[in-house]
Structures are given as C-alpha cells and as structure tokens.
Design a protein around this ligand. Sequence first.
Ligand code: SIN
Ligand code: FE2
Length: 203
Amino acid sequence: MQVLPKGVRHIPGFLDRSRQEELVEAVRLVVAEAPLFVPEMPKTGKPMSVRMTNCGPLGWVTDRERGYRYQAEHPVTGKSWPAIPAALLDIWRAVSASDKEPEACLVNFYSADARMGLHQDRDERDLETAVVSISLGDTCLFRVGGKERGGRTVSFKLASGDVVVLGGEGRLAFHGVDRIYPNTSTLLKNGGRLNLTLRRVNP
Ligand code: SIN
Ligand code: FE2
C-alpha cells in the first residue's frame, strides 16, 4: 500500500452490493427530477467530459458566463434540486466526522472516455468540513496530491462501493480522475461510473 497524503482517507468496499444498488436506485430518482447536464468551463465554455446533476439545498454548477458556483436551482429546468437521499446522509454521518448536515451532493457521471483534471474543491465557504466522495460502477484511476499544484501525487484505483474522505489537512488536496476502466462493474446496466460528492457549503 502506498502512503496517501495526510487527511486523505480511502475506504475500499465501504458499501456492499445491496447498499450500492440502493444508492443507484436513489440516484435514478434524483436524475429523473434533475436531469444530467453538460457543465462548461468558465470563460472558455469548453464542455467538461463528465455529465452532472445535484441533490440537496445547493448544487455545484458551472458555465461559461458565470463560472463555478453553488446555486439552489437546476441550471436547465430552473427547479430546486431534489433532497439528498437518506442512504447518502447515513454515509455522511458515518464518515464525515461533522455534526452538520451536507448541503450539496454533486452527482458526476463518467462515460468510458470521461475524465476530470486535477483540481481543489474550494468553491465552498466552509473549507473545514470534510468532503465525502462515493464511487459506483466502473473502476477509475484516481490521483491525489497535496495543497500545492505541481506537487507529488499518488494514484490508486477506486472501485464500486469505495468511499474517499478529504478531511483535515487533506481538505484542499488536489485530486482528479485520470481514466475509467470500462466493463469493470456490473452495477450500472449501461456501464460508466457515478461519483457522488457530499459537501458542506456554508460554515
Ligand atoms: C470530483 O472531484 O468532483 C470527482 C471525483 C471523482 O469522480 O472521484
Ligand atoms: Fe473535486
């Protein structure tokens, strides 16, 4: 096992198959109400390769004009985001070490060729409370480093049911997804990977 940066915790197999299936069903209901949209990079408008939606009082969105932000409405439908499913709140309570509730759950869907560049999660006003991230479906290669861009990074695979917590000194760790390994899970009927990221936004 390689050493992960301080504050970065990887919990392989945190969710068994039946809890993973329960979450997929919950995400299906979220997506039915709040369809996946194509996020755009600020300024350039370049589309990101992941598709996104959210649940919770706030959702993370991005577009060319207004950039990265949290807002209470879906950018396409204009409706409030659906509530965070109870099964996700249970995971948050078990691993976040926070007595506050999460305010946002970002749902990222990766098709086989999607990826996510190295970045920090720093659009929240609360940069203390941990970020909790859940992987479902196909395995990915995850990369994580320290608080400085350009520092040493470590890479490891995230499989369906794994949970990652970025807390304490790891809260602002650079992280990203370098690749998806297609057909490595039978959880999602049409393949791909779902990542659910729970965050506190307001202190
Ligand atoms: C993210 O950083 O928003 C997603 C991380 C992941 O997909 O595991
Ligand atoms: Fe992130």
